[in-house]
Design a protein around this ligand. Structure first.
Ligand SMILES: Cc1cc2nc3c(=O)[nH]c(=O)nc-3n(C[C@H](O)[C@H](O)[C@H](O)COP(=O)(O)OP(=O)(O)OC[C@H]3O[C@@H](n4cnc5c(N)ncnc54)[C@H](O)[C@@H]3O)c2cc1C
Length: 401
């Protein structure tokens, strides 16, 4: 590849997860303002295994953002088992409501589509630093192919995932969203020897193993399940996530054979900080756009990548100055309309949800177990859990209206 051709771009995107890949693809396929020079950088190939994720998505929402292909769908999901602290399972059934992806293959397809459409992709590029030596450009200092190189762009999309270190501590970006809102640890392993339904995901609740979070069993292929836990931020010090996963496996699946543990942080709260400033746009986890309760972030990252791409397209077409500042501000408003407002409501209800006592979950589960599956609804489950705690219904009203 000609190194000279890499030097200057209209847009540099750092991070080739779903947010960065989607932003790149949207930008390059924007028929209203074509022929942008776009560089997509990541320090690792986005299809490198393992992808630190349980890989579940809501099918309909996902399909609106990228066409679903059998070759990277591990399982089609038609329901959820909610498992109470004492082990009672409540089924919620909805045909074909979800998917378990093979994210590595999905990322590969997205990256190939980006490259085919003209995005320059470098997946051996560790972006070390962002800085400016002129109002008109951002410089990205990148360790690439054994040397350090600087790439310049007018606009820069930070899609580097939770924590977003790249855009921290830059004086011009003070106050920008930092991708660490309500940061929670999640850890998982791939296990065999577990009895599971290939068309259900299982979600486990209870303060003993999953304080402030939940446990999961998500089906993969060939008798393998992705088993993990996410722990609430307030419990990180007292409930080490790896230990929690060990205990979960020991108590619920004593015969399971499992391998290494993998993990990561999830930024699962919606802040009110701006997501664009001075030509820097944030997307995905780096913009704290994960659903605060379900901790799902794949569909959200795709949506957020699209929001960032739209804003960047308009920003490039605008004159420098006031108009660009307005577009940066409107990126946040756009995100709030697309998803952020509902995430904020969910975040408010989350604290109250975790006040529910294990005994209350158990009591509700015993009752709900008897409801035939065709009569079961999420609404019924929600209210049966909360019915003897009107105080919480009030606190969680933001989920309802
Ligand atoms: C254990 C776990 C389980 C999860 N399960 C689910 C689930 O079942 N369903 C769901 O919807 N969500 C799940 N999530 C959340 C989901 O994985 C994230 O929300 C999603 O990956 C966010 O996408 P993203 O593109 O913003 O960031 P990421 O997918 O994190 O991508 C960021 C990319 O940036 C690159 N990068 C970072 N810094 C640099 C740098 N300086 N230079 C170059 N490259 C850089 C990284 O290599 C990475 O490829 C889970 C998360 C965890 C941790």
């Amino acid at each position: 590849m000609d190194e000279k051709a890499l030097e200057f771009y209209d847009v540099i995107i750092c991070g080739a997860g779903p947010a960065g890949l989607k932003a790149a693809f949207e930008l390059v396929s924007d028929s209203e303002s074509p022929s942008k020079r776009i560089l997509l950088l990541d320090r690792r190939f986005p299809w490198k295994e393992p992808v630190s994720c349980a890989e579940a998505v809501a099918k309909e929402a996902f399909a609106e953002l990228w066409p679903v292909r059998d070759k990277w769908v591990r399982q089609v999901i038609s329901g959820v088992y909610f498992v109470s602290p004492s082990g009672d399972k409540v089924e919620f059934y909805q045909k074909d409501c979800g998917l378990i992806l093979n994210r590595a293959l999905f990322h590969r397809e997205m990256a190939e589509e980006c490259e085919k459409s003209g995005v320059v992709c470098r997946f051996d590029a560790d972006v070390k630093r962002l800085y400016r030596d002129s109002e008109a450009f951002w410089n990205a200092e990148v360790a690439i192919g054994g040397e350090t190189q600087v790439f310049r762009s007018k606009a820069f999309i930070d899609a580097t995932g939770p924590g977003a270190k790249l855009t921290k501590d830059i004086p011009e970006l003070a106050g920008l969203e930092s991708g660490d809102t309500d940061l929670e640890p999640a850890v998982f392993t791939l296990a065999e020897g577990i009895e599971y339904s290939p068309e259900h995901i299982e979600l486990y609740f209870g303060k003993k193993h999953f304080p402030g979070g939940y446990g999961w069993v998500f089906p993969r292929e060939n008798g393998v399940a992705n088993v993990g836990v996410v722990v609430g931020r307030d419990y990180i010090k007292t409930h080490a996530p790896r230990k929690m996963l060990e205990n979960f496996l020991k108590e619920f699946f004593p015969k399971a054979a499992f391998g290494k543990f993998y993990g990561g942080m999830i930024a699962c709260g919606q802040s009110l900080k701006p997501i664009a400033m001075q030509g820097i746009f944030k997307a995905g986890d780096s913009a704290s756009c994960v659903n605060p309760m379900s901790r799902s972030g794949i569909v959200e990252a795709l949506k957020s990548g699209r929001v960032a791409a739209k804003a960047v397209s308009a920003w490039l077409a605008a004159e420098p100055g006031q108009e660009r500042r307005r577009i940066e501000k409107s990126a946040f408003d756009h995100w709030m309309r697309v998803q952020g407002k509902s995430h904020r409501q969910i975040a408010q209800a989350k604290k109250a949800f975790y006040e529910i006592q294990d005994a209350q979950f158990d009591k509700a589960a015993k009752k709900l177990c008897k409801v035939p599956r065709e009569k079961q609804s999420l609404f019924r489950i929600f209210f049966t859990v909360l019915v003897s705690m009107p105080r919480l219904i009030w606190k969680m009203r933001s989920l309802i209206w």
